[in-house]
Ligand binder design. Structure first.
Ligand code: 6AU
Length: 273
């Protein structure tokens, strides 16, 4: 099964270019770490990305958090992605009808589809959201993640909601490359014997080594719990890496290195077990 296979091996079977590039980057750089850089000031944003770049396969942005947005930030982000060899994931969490999300994805201030290799969407509107986003992203060789499960306490993303998210992805698996989820999703909701070869990439937020959660419902597990015990592929770490002092670049670099090490050793143990 995909669970035991190496990232590099799994890359070969992926037809979506963004999925293939992500898995290849993970194998090449020996990292399953995605850093979430949730900062307000563009200078912090770019300095942190430059510092963590060597340790990550993917940077995750919330581009609408930045104040004084200007297009040169995107150009600098793309330069850093080239310099350090990582992909870009805009955590936009689209959630509207197909016609609206297509415009939100392609146009507006951020023109997300033009620079983000990967973005994500809530399955709540049904398959039309995938159709709308795919009309923009698929021709650009982008990939989509559906939010099948959330990390927060009391999340409604469970049971048949999660199952139907997986079925929605299965129908559109040229563009939907995987899930934001807390565990492996392969085969969920499929009839016995069906969907045996599917290989969804699981990206998992709610990862922290020091804290168990925050004051607003976030819940943390360790890289080992996430990658080895739950079979997820990419650990998404925000505050665990950038911390409270955004000027402490050495500390940020050291924590990225530590999470990279923890995530990768959990993966090596998984494929060897
Ligand atoms: O490590 P943190 O808690 O500082 O940040 C986690 C990041 C944030 C959230 O917006 C995002 O991960 N996130 C998501 C994503 C990636 O879609 C889903 C979810 O269920 N929980 C979550 O924290 O930028």
């Amino acid at each position: 099964t995909a669970y035991k296979r190496s990232y590099g091996d799994r890359a070969k079977a992926q037809s979506n270019p963004a999925a293939r590039a992500l898995l290849e980057t993970m194998e090449r750089k020996k990292t399953n770490l995605c850093v979430s850089v949730d900062t307000v000031k563009p200078a912090d944003f770019l300095a942190i990305i430059d510092a963590v770049g060597p340790y990550i396969c993917l940077i995750k942005t919330h581009i609408d958090i930045l104040e004084d947005f200007e297009w040169s930030i995107i150009e600098r982000l793309e330069e850093l992605a080239k310099k350090h060899d990582f992909l870009i994931f805009e955590d936009r969490k689209f959630a509207d009808i197909g016609n609206t999300v297509a415009m939100q994805y392609a146009a507006g201030v951020y023109k997300i589809a033009s620079w983000a290799h990967i973005t994500n969407a809530h399955p709540v509107p049904g398959p039309s959201i995938v159709k709308g986003l795919s009309s923009i992203g698929f021709p650009l060789q982008r990939g989509l993640l559906l939010l099948a499960e959330m990390s927060t306490a009391g999340a409604l993303t469970k049971g048949t909601y999660t199952e139907e998210a997986v079925q929605m992805a299965r129908v559109h698996n040229d563009f939907v490359i995987g899930f934001i989820a807390q565990r492996r999703m392969n085969g969920i909701g499929a009839a016995p014997g069906e969907a045996q070869d599917e290989d969804f990439i699981i990206l998992t937020p709610g990862v922290g080594l020091e804290a168990k959660g925050d004051a607003m419902g976030q819940q943390y597990r360790t890289p080992r719990e996430v990658v080895l015990e739950s079979g997820c592929d990419v650990i998404i770490v925000g505050r665990g890496v950038y911390g409270k002092d955004l000027s402490d670049i050495d500390g940020i670099r050291a924590r990225a290195e530590r999470y990279r090490g923890e995530g990768w050793s959990a993966y090596l143990e998984r494929i060897a077990s």
